[in-house]
Design a protein around this ligand. Sequence first.
Ligand code: SF4
Length: 421
Amino acid sequence: MDFERIKEKLAILADAAKYDVSCSSSGSNRKNKGKGLGDSSGMGICHSYTEDGRCISLLKILLTNHCIFDCAYCVTRKSNDIKRAAFKVQEVVDLTINFYRRNYIEGLFLSSGIFKDADYTMERLIQVAKKLRLEENFNGYIHLKSIPGSSDELMQEAGLYADRLSVNIEIPTVSGLKLLAPDKNHEDFMKPMNKVKNEILRNREEKKILKSTQKYAPAGQSTQMIVGATGETDRDIMYTATHFYRNYNMKRVYYSGYVPVTTDPRLPALTSAVPMLRENRLYQTDWLLRFYGFDIRELLNEDHKNLETDIDPKLSWALRNMQHFPVDINKAEKQMLARIPGIGLKSVQKIIKARRFRSLNWEHLKNIGVALNRARYFITCNSNNWEKKDLTSERIKNLILKSSGSKFSKNYSPQLSMFDT
Ligand code: SF4
């Protein structure tokens, strides 16, 4: 093996893969049954993140950065004058096993530029996963990108060896895709996504009847959208995401702030900042939809097409809907407690548990971990007296921003503070 050449390929193809953020691996449960290498169950795979929020514990590479397409937003596009490389199937297998043995990684995230055609590329990605599973007895996590336009047969096979499959929609609207990737067809994305969804559902049913049925993509499917490459509103982005969650059984939708890679009149200038805060607000909205019981139309609609950057989407909703407040902390339903700014789901559970034994006061809430600098404007607690009733939404917002110091206006890293709002 030519180690220098492998090293060079690794540098090129790992660098090219860094623009893909859809590499979270939660939800897999491929157990090592005594034989074989690796175990993706409960190992905390993919729980490490770089400073900008990207996950780092998988070997994350492209099979090749040669591509027959010319998507304007992509560093791998054929017209870009960059160094190109391609791994052989066996080279990726060997790298994965060697890195795994050294404890550098817990799995593989494998994507690729499209060389020759979609099926030709997809076949090679599958070969890597198949060899790892069948020849190396590898039980670690495998996330394979599905190549848009791949045939149903290949998508069916891919799910037998990969834990997760994902097709990146990349551009949230059909018109945006036409503008930046005119060679691509919206249907080419939907077809493999649909196949994976149907196979997952079919596999679930078969397993109910026959326990020994081979698993199909046990960690489900995900997709990624680039944020800020075209003029889509946050409403456009989140309506597309909601459509995927509802109709394609999507496990996760990832939002990736556009990193300027080229000078092109269709794209933001090369000097534009990556919209990290916007990306963070979209993740928060996604979280509110999936876990806090919000409907997309409550958070984004015709009158409110974009999320505020200075306040989080839950606070924004509360300030636009003051008719729902104050909420009595000692009596309110769980769903309503979760809608109060400053109260996360963990605090909701603690409040429900604690109020069985006593009527809660401000001190109790503070000990529970409620962010009172936000919550106090929206609740009553052990008294009917709502002190803040004369304040306007605008005034409340200002007071909260003031009491939060720079927290809301600072361009902080995504994924750090989105889970307990
Ligand atoms: S097909 Fe994929 S890899 Fe090729 S240019 Fe488009 S986005 Fe990049």
